[in-house]
Design a protein around this ligand. Sequence first.
Ligand code: GAL
Length: 494
Amino acid sequence: MSEKSSLLGNSPAFSAAVEAGQPPESGEELITKGRRWSKQDRIWNFLIVLCSTAAILTIAYFPPGSTRSVRPSHPAEVEVERVGRLPAMGWNTWNSFWCDIDETLVLEHAQLMKTLGLADAGYNHVNIDDCYSEKKRDADGNIVASAIKFPSGMKNLTDQIHAMGFKAGIYSDSGWFTCQMYPGSFQNEARDAKLFQDWGFDYLKYDSCTVPFDGLLKEGQVGKFKRMANAIQELAKTSGKPPLQFSLCQWGWEQPWLWAREFGQSWRTTGDIEANWRSVANIINRNSFIAWASDFYGHNDLDMLEIGNGELTYEESKTHFTVWALLKSPLLIGTDLRRATNQTIEILTNREIIAINQDPVVGTGVTPFRWGVNPDWTFDNTHPAQYWSGKSENGTIIMLINTLDEPQNMTFKLVESPWIRAGRQYTVRDLWTHTDNGTAVRNFTAKAVPPHGVAALLLKDAGDEPEGIYPPCVELEWCTHRNGTRYDQMESEL
Ligand code: GAL
């Protein structure tokens, strides 16, 4: 029995009627505890209950002595600022330097980000990854910055990073230790979040190594991240400062795209990237199935960029950058900027591509509309989906990836993309050559896309397509005249 019905008495018909805000139906006699009620009795009864309910509610809303006129919906609730609406951009120590890091290297890179034009292009985070601390916490239980690598202390470092116009990022782990066996934050979440904030960090990457036993976790893998997410929110409430931007690094193991949006602003979807095409193609394939999960404030993280590293060719690097940007992944540079070539910088600062990643109006990324080499929905780490599209502030984005080892002409019907209007023509802008490539009517072919290369196009509506084009529908299936004639059944006549 509900609380309400017990308060009003035992008659279901009576309580149902009162719940519905009506007096009980007249003409029907209600029997309670063997007593027959007259119609007058019932009306009185109804009025008494109505008045006492009103009185109880009034007292609850306006207790004696209360002066408030409007009751706040959640009196104890403090609004926490939202961070990370758009994918994070910046530089991170890990891909190039692993544990070989120190404050000089970090500051040097912050400076290079300015000199090389990366800061101007939007890269605004300088992030430290694993290995920055001593191996043991101090006597009070706090993480200690390595005296050798960061002798000036973390606060000093973040002050300098901030003075250069950047935000600062730090790293920890949801288990006992980090992947390189430095202290992790399990059971120290609130303490560490506070320390990171006191050190001046704005961003926290949170890893998944050294998992505590199930008997301790009880909440499963998700619970490890929830602990830190809660600590960050609590700290933001008590400190009044913005929450640390929270970047979950769970390698896609427990499908974080299904749950991590509740906790943080990005989540790794795959294992660690390597600086070769095999790894990039593998990440593209896996993400093709979950690309829908990115939107404002929550992004699939395809891992840090390898542009400028290892064996990636110029064309592969462009593809790598395009996919990451257009799927709305964080763009965290992972190369040694002291040795970066002009080509590396040219790729990383392609503003037309970055503009889509940082689109302030459309939060979602591109998704595949056709796989190409393979039948649609094929899981193939070597030949992932090739034909993708998505919306943007300025038009429809088309991304074509040549997964083959030789050049390929890549043709598509415009209406294969759900974001294209049938019966319209579109201007085509090439986001890598930075040229306008004419107007597409119904189809477009990107000619000779290089092996492992990419075409990134912005299509803008240019009005109705020319009159009299046949067939009357690009997609013939079920294309029907108003008189009922089906064009797909008279294909031979067309
Ligand atoms: C891995 C993570 C890498 C890097 C490394 C540090 O788990 O995926 O991006 O942070 O740990 O040990």
